[in-house]
Structures are given as C-alpha cells and as structure tokens.
Design a protein around this ligand. Structure first.
Ligand code: BES
Ligand code: MN
Ligand code: ZN
Length: 483
C-alpha cells in the first residue's frame, strides 16, 4: 500500500473513504453536509467507543466514524487499534483510497500509529494460494490528512510497518522454502538495497572453524546448510551512542532433535526463526531510516533435526567462548545457537545487546501473548528496552535473574547443562544460560515464544506477527539519542 501525508483536507485527497476519529465528549471537528456526521454521533449510531465504526455517505465519499475513546488515551496503541478496525471495515466496503483525518492535538506517534495499524491490518500471506480471490482486495493507498506537516513520522512509520510485514512473510513461509540459506539471501538482498548495510553469511564449515561448537552441534542433525548471518550498519552521518548488538534465534524448523517433540502443533515450529526474522528486518528498517546509530546484528539460522549424525542427549560440546555444555535435551537448542551468536556479537564490537528468541514454552504459560519475557543483567538497559516496548506496543515484562537460578544450570560433567533436572523456572534458567555468553556487556534477552505468532491484537492476525521489529527500531532511536 502506498502511503503519503498531506495538509490538504480529506475531500481534496481523491480518497473514496475518509476515516474520522471520534473522541469522548467531543464533536466532529470538521463536519460536512450540514452536520451529517455530528448527527450520527448524537443519535448514538457513531460513538467514541473503541473498536466501534459507523458508516455514512456525504459529499460524494464514504465516511467511517471510528471510536477512539477518551482524549487522555490517545496514544500510538489507540491509533493502531482504531486504524486496524477501520481498515477491516473499509476492506469489506471495497475502499480503494483511504484517508485518515488526523485528530487535532495528537502527537507524531499517533499519526505513526495510524499508519502502522493500517499497514499491519492490511497484511495478507497468500503466496501459496492458487486463487487468492479478489473479494479480499484491500486499499491501494493511504493518505494522512493533517493541518500541519506529518510526513516525517508518516514516512518513517510506513518503513517500519513494511519491514514488520516482511518479517511476517519470512515467518509464514514454511521451512521447506525458508531455509537458513534463504534467510541469508534475504539479508544480502537488504544489503544490496540499502545504503550503509553490509552482510556476511557463513555456512557450516565456517561455523565449525570459528569453534562455535554449540551452534554447530544443533546444525549437525540436519542436511540443510546452517547460516551465521552477520549484518553491519554504519550510518552516513556521525553515529552517536553505543554500538547496538542485535541477536536473533532463527531455527527454521525445530523438531526437538533426538529429544523429539510430540506431533501435535509441531507445524508451528516453522515459526522458531521469528527472532532472527525480526532482527533481520529491523536492521533493514534502521538502515532505510538512516538512524545515526551503529548496529551489528547476528542471526543464527539452522534446522533442529534428528538424524544419524545429530547431537545426542548427554553429549558435551564446547562453545566459542570456551564454556563446555552438557546437551541433556536436544530440544533446548535455541540457547545453544544463541550462546555462540551472543559471544560473536560481543567480539564484533557490540556495546549493548538485545536478543530476540522463541526460547521457552514456559514463557507462554507465564505471560500468554500479551507480553514477551524480558531478562537483563543491567537495570538501565532493561529500562530502555521497557521504554521502547511501551512506545512500540510490543510489550515486555521483566522477570528476575538470580544466583540461585544460575546455580541450577551448573553441570555435572561439564561447566553447564542446557536443561535443568527440575522443571522449574525454565524461562529464567534459559536466560541464565545466555547470560554466560555476554561478558560484561549490558544485555537484554526477550523471550518471544508467546508473542511471535497468533497475537491477539486487531492489527495482527493468525500467523507471524513480526513481533520485535517496532521494538528494535524504537530502541535504536533511543540508542542513537545516546542511551
Ligand atoms: N522453540 C522452542 C520453544 C517454544 C515452544 C516456542 C513452544 C514456542 C512455542 C524451544 O526450542 C524449546 O523446545 N524449548 C523447550 C526447552 C526445554 C526442553 C528445556 C521448552 O520450552 O519446552
Ligand atoms: Mn526446541
Ligand atoms: Zn526452538
């Protein structure tokens, strides 16, 4: 969908459908046709109730009156939700050119939220449908009409939402197509396309040569070539702030390996690359936006398969940083991949780290699909991640690390184990495992197992959510500001 901002009034934009927000206790700002819209509010047919939409026809166009709730709740998330609800109705009604009249006295984040909500809601994944059907054809373009120039936040939001939808495409693509190699190609495509972005893709031999014994152990079981994807972004302008290190788990299919998973819902494990997809596309967006921050991103891509050469329970492997690991459960593979990727990111100069990973089923039990789990060794850095989460609507909730949890992953035969004996605090012990590989660098681990797909938001739908793209871009903006 094409997106633009204008200071022209909605009726001069060429839109066939105009969305007008209704705020509690406030009238319609620019009414038309002798108060036709205000009359709908007075009659109760239209109201400020969030997610409510009323339809009217006047002045030759269709009007959607969209409930926004109370004035003090007009934040970016309110905008995303309202825009998604409006997009759904507009689609049903066959709208081709959609215009949002930006409400008075809202900030840039609200205008950005309208763009994000519309683009995310309009997303479809129908590449594999022989006949997608044209009854589900969404709008071709979106115009944001405001009294002042909102083109800067609007254009940026379009870049970010498009990147998020690209991450959803990667997630939704099944593992027979979206292999580690294909993920590496996507990273190369971005580097070819966007100024300041470079990429390096290493295969199995290089992973082994680099003594990444934990990553290599996971990759061993599969005939599919793994990929260690390292992306670097250096802005044209002077960079301020620390070097941001972004790390993503990209297990393109997680069978569990020799500790094989039950077959129910195993197909969902094509989504086990969601952290890597979000990191990859977020870096693309950061570079397209030209944010003044240096980034090094590391994506560990592999399948986790059982086979005659797969790693077996009890095997001991040595990670790149020298730590020895007892692989007691081959289904706890994400931490093995991430351990070497985190250490690699530190070696590549990362001064602040964030990793995104569909790491544990236990985080789904704890937080559902509303918040991702946050774990950190640094309160100030955790605070930045929390602030970015709040602004982006990609919520996180911090859980504790503690010496007692660290004790639980101590090994019997090696330094550490990849799973504990007791099924206790398993999202936390997974985080304690990762912590062993970041040294002194401020680090935040975001466990997105519950939020990566099937998010329960009006602007999401079944399938990949692209969770983390908005969060990471917002965090990069904060890092650029010198966090
Ligand atoms: N990819 C899974 C975690 C997962 C499970 C994500 C369900 C989304 C939905 C991960 O590799 C895994 O298998 N974790 C195990 C760890 C256990 C063996 C310690 C888990 O959470 O059960
Ligand atoms: Mn697993
Ligand atoms: Zn996994």
């Amino acid at each position: 969908m094409e997106v633009r901002a204008t200071t022209e009034p909605p009726l001069q934009t060429g839109a066939d459908t105009v969305c007008v927000g209704i705020v509690e206790g406030e009238g319609v700002a620019h009414d038309v046709a002798d108060g036709a819209l205000g009359a709908l509010v007075e009659s109760g047919e239209a109201s400020a109730r969030p997610r409510k939409v009323a339809v009217a026809h006047a002045e030759g166009v269709r009007w959607l009156l969209v409930g926004l709730g109370a004035r003090d709740g007009l934040d970016a998330e309110c905008a995303r939700v309202a825009a998604a609800v409006a997009e759904g109705r507009a689609r049903d009604l066959g709208a081709r050119v959609l215009c949002w009249e930006v409400p008075h006295h809202v900030d840039d984040a609200f205008a950005a939220g309208l763009v994000e909500g519309t683009l995310l809601s309009a997303y479809r994944f129908d590449r594999f449908k022989s006949d997608p059907g044209d009854d589900d054809r969404g709008a071709e373009s979106l115009v944001l009409s405001a009294h002042h120039d909102v083109s800067t936040p609007v254009d940026a939001a379009a870049v970010v939402a498009t990147a998020q939808n690209a991450a959803r495409d990667l997630q939704n693509t099944p593992s027979n197509e979206l292999t580690p190699t294909r993920l590496g190609e996507r990273a190369r495509e971005l580097a070819d396309d966007v100024e300041g972005l470079t990429v390096e893709v290493d295969g199995r031999d290089a992973i082994v040569d680099r003594a990444m014994g934990a990553f290599a152990a996971v990759a061993r079981g599969s005939d599919e070539e793994p990929a260690l994807i390292t992306m670097r972004y250096a802005p044209a302008a002077d960079a301020t702030g620390p070097v941001l290190g972004l790390v993503g788990k990209a297990v393109t299919f997680d069978t569990g390996g020799i500790s094989i998973k039950p077959s129910a819902k195993m197909e969902e494990m094509k989504f086990d690359m969601s952290g890597g997809a979000a990191v990859l596309e977020a870096v693309g967006a950061i570079a397209r936006l030209g944010l003044p921050v240096r980034v090094v991103a590391v994506i560990g891509a592999t399948e986790n398969m059982p086979s005659g050469h797969a790693v077996k329970p009890g095997d001991i492997v040595r990670a790149r940083n020298g730590t020895t690991i007892e692989v007691n459960n081959t289904d706890a593979e994400g931490r093995l991949v991430l351990s070497d990727c985190l250490a690699w990111a530190v070696e590549q100069g990362a001064e602040r780290l964030v990793d995104l990973a569909t790491l544990t089923g236990a985080i789904v039990v704890a937080l559902g699909s509303t918040h991702a789990g946050l774990f950190s060794n640094d309160d100030a850095w955790a605070g930045e991640v929390e602030a970015a989460a709040g602004a982006s609507g990609e919520l996180v909730w911090r859980l504790p690390l503690h010496a007692e949890y660290a004790e639980m992953i101590k090994g019997r035969y090696a330094d550490i184990v990849n799973t504990t004996e007791a099924r206790k605090a398993s999202s936390i012990t997974a985080a304690e495992f990762l912590k062993r590989f970041v040294g002194d660098v401020p680090w935040a681990h975001v466990d997105i197992a519950g939020t990566a797909w099937n998010l329960d938001r009006p602007y999401a739908r079944k399938g990949g959510a692209g969770f983390g793209v908005r969060l990471l871009v917002d965090l990069a903006r904060r890092a650029a500001a010198g966090a």
